[in-house]
Design a binder for this molecule. Structure first.
Ligand code: NAP
Length: 306
């Protein structure tokens, strides 16, 4: 059978782009399918300071360099969304809105999406004061009061970014200790515009056409009260983009793809890399390493099976 491609990479974030560099250099006919613009979460990261080789680089600049590099090796990048994967007698076929594409092997690098709080008002007020992206929406909150929900790296990093615009940024965290890296915590503690509400959870976001208040609960006292606010930024982690896989391959209870050390999934010939995997560390540095491993493992799989 003639295949459209040797290797199909689903997702054009750092893991997918790195896999593209390695497979194209190995002269595999490679296509990266990306739902939006290549870059994934890095594209909406203001500044990257922990990717070796760059003391500090804007997220979009790092993505530009990765895309330029992958294109240098004649790797194709196409916009599209994969709805389903099918196993053929040998190789695979994926279904997209534009038709079907066959390939000898697949690397899944579809990343993650923001977790929702699932509270009243959240979905209705998205784009009307509720946001999951400070770099996209921060500028709309010049001299306004915003809250950031969460206590991890994203929440603290984005809270610091929001102080460029907002007059006051309150971090609302459910525990009495942040989870974020210590250097981020120090920066936040030293920023006069950032306030902290520990042991608090949001119960409801209130507003007619735009966010006006947030109903909070103090977990230590059980007191519930309304807090005046113009914007609610939510960074409470993320969930893997694996719903299109249904029962096709083995997922963790959190929905992340389980792989072995060669990034191979429970289906031979299908590999996974980056944030979509169930793993210990979610970083650009780990994503690109996994992309490289997945591409080289896919190359060996193709050599041995076709
Ligand atoms: P995260 O580390 O999973 O943190 C999520 C935060 O949200 C935690 O503080 C958690 O509270 C809180 N949370 C979760 N569910 C909640 C709920 N229903 N209600 C209220 N609060 C809730 O997620 P993240 O900050 O997005 O980071 C994800 C990964 O990316 C991490 O591995 C992180 O290191 C990495 N990352 C790195 C950088 C960087 O290196 N500069 C930047 C961004 C992200 P608890 O603490 O109580 O669990």
């Amino acid at each position: 059978m003639d295949f459209n491609y040797d290797l199909l990479i689903l997702g054009g974030g750092p893991a997918g782009l790195s896999a593209g560099v390695y497979s194209s250099r190995a002269r595999l006919k490679t296509l990266i399918i990306e739902k939006q613009t290549p870059g994934g979460q890095v594209l909406i990261t203001e500044k990257v300071e922990n990717y070796p080789g760059y003391v500090s680089i804007a997220g979009y600049e790092l993505v530009d360099k990765m895309v330029e590099q992958v294109r240098n090796f004649q790797c194709e990048i196409k916009m599209g969304e994969v709805k389903e994967i099918f196993s053929l007698e040998k190789g695979f076929k994926v279904k997209t809105a534009d038709g079907e594409i066959s390939a000898k092997s697949i690397v899944i690098a579809t990343g993650r999406q923001p977790r929702r709080l699932n509270i009243d008002g959240e979905i209705r007020l998205i784009g009307r004061g509720v946001s999951y992206c400070a770099t996209c929406d921060g500028a709309f909150f010049r001299d306004k009061k915003v809250v950031v929900v969460g206590g991890g790296d994203s929440a603290v990093e984005e809270a610091i970014f929001l102080t460029k615009y907002a007059s006051e940024v309150t971090i609302i965290h459910r525990r009495d200790q942040l989870r974020a890296a210590k250097y981020l915590q120090e920066r936040a503690f030293n920023n006069e515009k950032i306030k902290f509400l520990y042991s608090h959870v949001p119960l409801k976001i209130v507003g007619e056409n735009f966010v006006e208040k947030i109903l909070l609960k103090n977990l230590k006292t059980d007191e519930e009260y309304l807090f005046d606010v113009d914007g609610v930024f939510i960074f409470i982690g993320s969930i893997p983009n694996t719903s299109f896989l249904s029962n096709f391959l083995k997922l963790s209870e959190n929905g992340g793809i389980i792989t072995d050390e060669k990034m191979e999934t429970s289906v031979k010939g299908i590999f996974a890399a980056g944030d979509v995997r169930e793993k210990f560390l979610y970083q650009i540095a780990t994503a690109v390493g996994e992309g490289a491993v997945a591409a080289v493992a896919a190359e060996k799989y193709i050599e041995n099976n076709f």
